[in-house]
Structure formats: C-alpha cells, structure tokens
Design a protein around this ligand. Structure first.
Ligand code: HEM
Length: 230
C-alpha cells in the first residue's frame, strides 16, 4: 500500500509535549535564584498539571496517544533496539517499544520531581527533600538529554524528521493507520487552563503571595528610583 502523510499525534498530545518541554526547562532555569521562586513554582505546577492531563489523555485520547497502543514487552524493546543497527530497522507509526518505555520514564520522573519539590514546602525541616528534589531534577534533565539524542538518532535511522512530526502531528504511513480526529478543542481547553494558571485566574499555592511580594518589591524599587532622580 502507498505511504501518504497521516495524522499520528493529535493536537492535545503535541500541545502537552511542547508546553511540558517549555515548563520543565523554565522551572530548571529558575530553580536557583530566590527572586525567581514564584516563577519556579509556577512552572513546576504547570508541568505537574500537564502530566496529570497526559495520564488522563492516555486513557481517552486518540489512537497513538492511548497507553493501550504502547508496546511494553521487553523482548520487543530488545528486538527494536537491535534492528536499529541493521539495514532494516523496525518502524512503528506510534511510539516504538523503546519510545513507549521512554514516555513512561519521562512522565514518572516529572511526578518524582514534583512530589519532592512539594515535599520541601510541606515537610518541616525538609532539607533532605530539597537535596533529593535537586538530585531528581538533575536526573530528569539527563533523561531529557538522552530523549533528545534518541529522537535525533531514530530520525536519522528512519530517515524521518520526528521533531517535525511532533509539531505537525504527521508521519509517513498507510491511510488506514491514521489517528481519527485531531481533537483541537481539547488542546484549546488545555492552553486555556495553562493561561488561567499563568495569569493568576487560577490561584497557585505559594505563587499568589510571592506575586504580591514581587509587585510590592518592584514598586518600592520604582519609588527608590524616583527619589534618586529628585
Ligand atoms: C526541547 C527539545 C525536545 C525535543 C526536540 C523533543 C522531541 C520529541 C519527539 C520528536 C517526540 C516523539 C517521539 C516519537 O516519535 O516517538 C517526543 C515525545 C515525548 N517527549 Fe520530547 N522533546 C523535547 C523535550 C522534551 C522534554 C523537556 C520533555 C519532558 C520534560 C519531553 C517529554 C516527552 C514525552 C513525555 C514524550 C511522549 C509524548 C506523548 O506521547 O505524550 N520532551 N519528544
């Protein structure tokens, strides 16, 4: 059967992916400086909310977003991995067996990062949790680096730009393998929820107070400037 470009990743999966990549990297980048703490918390909540969404979408999403379409057999993962180094690599339209494990690991790491981060606030004298949070976040970053390297490697092996596929949602395939429906509405709801969180319409514990503190600090700073100019 002739290959055409078919829909594989629905809109919510792509929206989730790029918002998660942005939130995780932004949370990492704002982790150290005290003055960015509100932003760090905000991106952390966003990543956690996105992961919660993805878990639900894995049950009710379209064909390739569903966890039931993932291949978890260790044997299949080994076969797939070894086929990558032969002239005839196995090809999967949705997640490959290695990709399926990678998704679960990436999501599980995000859950651990969030749980330990939350713990540092909730557990009194939770210094050990802060160290654990930093360690888990560094491991999650290393996993993301491996993830990106694997995406590049498999793109080369399959001669298919997988990053572009995560943007357009489309890959080569037979018409009957296409996902049904892009589910744009669910993606719009997801973006609206994230926008509500970022704009403060949905209050986030710790962020609202810090936002107030930051605004107060900024206006105080402005007043100092006014005095300087006098
Ligand atoms: C910024 C660089 C990144 C690029 C270029 C990238 C690219 C991709 C691509 C191409 C896929 C689809 C893989 C496939 O075809 O099987 C994918 C999936 C995935 N990536 Fe990334 N990624 C990036 C960053 C991240 C980050 C920072 C995270 C997590 C913190 C992440 C988590 C995931 C997850 C969970 C999936 C599975 C998608 C799903 O089924 O929901 N990615 N990524």
């Amino acid at each position: 059967m002739r290959d055409i470009r078919i829909l594989v990743w629905d809109f919510p999966t792509r929206t989730f992916h790029w918002l998660l990549a942005l939130s995780f990297i932004a949370a990492y980048g704002t982790a150290e400086a005290e003055r960015f703490q509100a932003l760090h918390l905000l991106f952390g909540y966003t990543a956690a909310g996105l992961v919660a969404f993805r878990l639900v979408w894995g049950l009710i999403g379209t064909r390739y977003a569903r966890f039931s379409s993932f291949v978890f057999s260790p044997r299949a993962a080994l076969d797939y991995a070894s086929s990558l180094f032969t002239g005839a690599p196995q090809r999967f339209v949705g997640h490959s067996p290695l990709g399926s494990w990678a998704v679960v690991l990436l999501l599980a790491m995000q859950v651990l990062v969030f749980a330990t981060g939350l713990g540092t606030f909730l557990v009194p004298n939770g210094d050990f949790l802060e160290d654990l949070h930093e360690g888990v976040a560094a491991a999650a970053l290393a996993l993301v680096a491996v993830h990106i390297a694997a995406v590049i490697l498999t793109s080369v092996v399959h001669r298919e730009n997988l990053v572009r596929a995560m943007i357009s949602g489309r890959k080569r395939g037979a018409a009957q393998d296409s996902a049904t429906g892009a589910r744009a509405f669910a993606a719009i709801v997801l973006v609206a929820l994230v926008a509500a969180l970022w704009s403060g319409i949905v209050p986030a514990p710790g962020v609202t107070d810090l936002r107030g503190a930051l605004t107060a600090q900024a206006s105080q700073h402005g007043r100092h400037h006014d005095h300087d100019e006098d």
